[in-house]
Design a protein around this ligand. Structure first.
Ligand code: FES
Length: 554
């Protein structure tokens, strides 16, 4: 279906492009517009061109309405809101123009030349002219967005993007200039009675009955589109009512956040409803793979991936535990972790996943631990300890995921997270430092919220190091998760414990700062001995990680 929608969309885009080019010929002359129109009609107004064009319109409109019905949440990025809104406005705006030109040509044999169209849209009804110009720009913008979401996944897109962007901006501008020039030329020509007689003779007559039929076609066209749109709205309401009584599916995230969803909703819908930052470069069309998630529990009851999803998963070498969040519609409870950060790009969607057979990777490893928590837990009721810890894990887990990291595990009151598994070491180091910054900010907010429950504010120590580790999907049954093994893991853990000695909040190795490309030289620096390393390790020591500059946008 996605493919059919894409092909239909491309056909319509080509149609709009040729229409814009035809308009732009008005910069030369009205006559050039008419000659261009002859070519335009030779392509689009013949039996084959007609079937292709109207087939594409029907396919595209119906599939868009179907996808609007299937969507479980209307929460989506602004770019998708704009694209869908433009698309829905088009039939409403364009129907009158289509009936007045192609429709009247069919009904009354009207020759809908540029002279005919401009005498209406420029001379007698300039308001409609402005509206149609707007519709053409919206159609172009709608198509260009769709094309962009598709093409930006191609490896070569970056090289040609500036040229394509220039063409996308230039086309409607030239078309509007051509439309204005053509209209102004027509106004001049209308002062000549002989031209007016020729124009009327070229257009041909339409009697009242034929005009009335045109109006009827327009009326029914609007009714049909309005009914289809109404059916989508009613369908959504009906489904919502039925689902109020249906068995709900719980989607749990690595940081403990969970949401109950109706069966049929995708995991990406769940993330959007819950506000979990989740990459979706292709807008949920199952093409980019950036929404992929690791399913750590509930795998046995998952529906099998479709052939399209399997193809994309195969392309990135994903493991059995990896699925595309935008295509996965769970029927039973499951636990997932997005594998890429929310700021993932199309390029990340082409990288081979390391979660399959395991791989040696350079990643950034972050450890965080609460200071003096044992003393706190001894003085509190178990309920209070669990309550505070869960709030803490949620805050830390959220910070890691927002920065694009993978929660590896919670160990007692500690957290281990990995950054850069699916990207590279430089991106991983930047994300890890950003993760530490977000953790520190989150901790301040948490302390504020829990000030009545805590004898003193919680303090944490964070350690970050980078190095080559073995990364893979390890464990048994429900405890399987993506984890890392190797000396750098132990080093990161050691750096975390150094915070006790330095009474600091963050100890980060010089390697991490270098890879991240950030200058931490204003902070205290030490050379430390770490067990298992022959050379001392340079580290930076920060008392407040929240003061760091923001590095990654969620
Ligand atoms: S959002 Fe692109 S594959 Fe899911």
């Amino acid at each position: 279906m996605a493919r059919a929608r894409l092909i239909a969309g491309i056909i319509l885009y080509i149609y709009v492009a040729t229409h814009l080019i035809n308009h732009a010929l008005g910069i030369l002359s009205l006559e050039a517009m008419e000659v261009g129109r002859d070519v335009f009609l030779a392509v689009w107004r013949n039996p084959i061109g007609g079937i292709v064009l109207y087939g594409a319109i029907l396919t595209h409109v119906l599939l868009v309405l179907w996808s609007l019905y299937r969507r479980r949440t209307l929460r989506m990025p602004l770019r998708e809101v704009l694209q869908i809104s433009f698309g829905l406005l088009l039939p409403i705006l364009l129907l009158e123009h289509i009936v007045a030109t192609r429709g009247m040509h069919q009904i009354a044999g009207i020759n809908d030349t540029y002279g005919y169209v401009l005498s209406t849209l420029w001379v007698s009804k300039p308001g409609s002219g402005a509206l149609q110009s707007l519709a053409l720009v919206l159609a172009w913008a709608h198509g260009s967005m769709g094309l962009y979401f598709w093409l930006r996944l191609k490896p070569w897109f970056g090289a040609v993007a500036p040229w394509l962007f220039a063409a996308v901006i230039l086309m409607p501008v030239l078309a509007l200039v051509g439309f204005v020039d053509g209209g102004r030329e027509l106004v001049r020509l209308l002062e000549d009675d002989a031209f007016v007689d020729r124009l009327i003779a070229t257009i041909g007559p339409a009697d009242e009955a034929e005009v009335a039929r045109g109006v009827l076609v327009l009326f029914w066209g609007r009714i049909v589109f309005g009914t289809l749109l109404g059916l989508v709205v009613l369908g959504r309401i009906g489904r919502w009512a039925v689902q109020q009584r249906a068995h709900m599916v719980t989607v749990t995230y690595a940081d403990g956040r969970k949401i109950a969803m109706e069966p049929g909703a995708t995991v990406l819908d769940a993330s959007r409803r819950l506000g979990v930052p989740h990459a979706s470069v292709c807008g949920g069309r199952g093409r980019c793979s950036t929404c992929r998630v690791h399913v750590s529990a509930g795998r046995e009851s998952l529906p099998a991936p479709s052939s399209e999803e399997s193809r994309v998963l195969l392309r990135v070498g994903a493991s059995d535990a990896t699925r595309l969040a935008c295509q996965l519609r769970p029927t039973d409870d499951l636990t997932v972790a997005p594998l890429l950060g929310a700021d993932a790009t199309a390029k990340d969607g082409h990288r081979k996943s390391v979660t399959n057979q395991g791989a040696e990777r350079e990643v950034a490893i972050l450890f965080a631990d609460i200071r003096s928590f044992t003393a706190f837990s001894e003085k509190k009721l178990p309920y209070d300890v669990v309550f505070v810890l869960n709030q803490y894990f949620r805050t830390m887990g959220g910070a890691v995921e927002q920065a694009g990291g993978q929660l590896d595990k919670f160990i007692g009151d500690g957290v281990m997270a990995l950054f850069g598994i699916e990207t590279d070491a430089a991106a991983g180091c930047r994300a890890a430092i950003e993760g530490a910054r977000r953790m520190a900010i989150g901790l301040k907010e948490l302390n504020e919220n829990l000030k009545n429950d805590l004898p003193e504010p919680l303090r944490i120590g964070i350690g970050i190091h980078v190095g080559s580790v073995i990364v893979g999907d390890m464990g048994y049954a429900a405890t399987r998760s993506i984890t890392a093994i190797g000396d750098p893991v132990n080093t990161a853990s050691r750096l975390e414990s150094l915070n006790k000695d330095y009474v600091s909040q963050l100890v980060v190795s010089g390697d991490v700062a270098e890879r991240a490309g950030i200058d931490l030289s204003i902070h205290r620096s030490e050379s430390v001995e770490v067990r298992g390393r022959a050379e001392p390790l340079q580290v930076f020591i920060l008392n407040d990680a929240s003061a760091l500059k923001e590095l990654v946008r969620a």
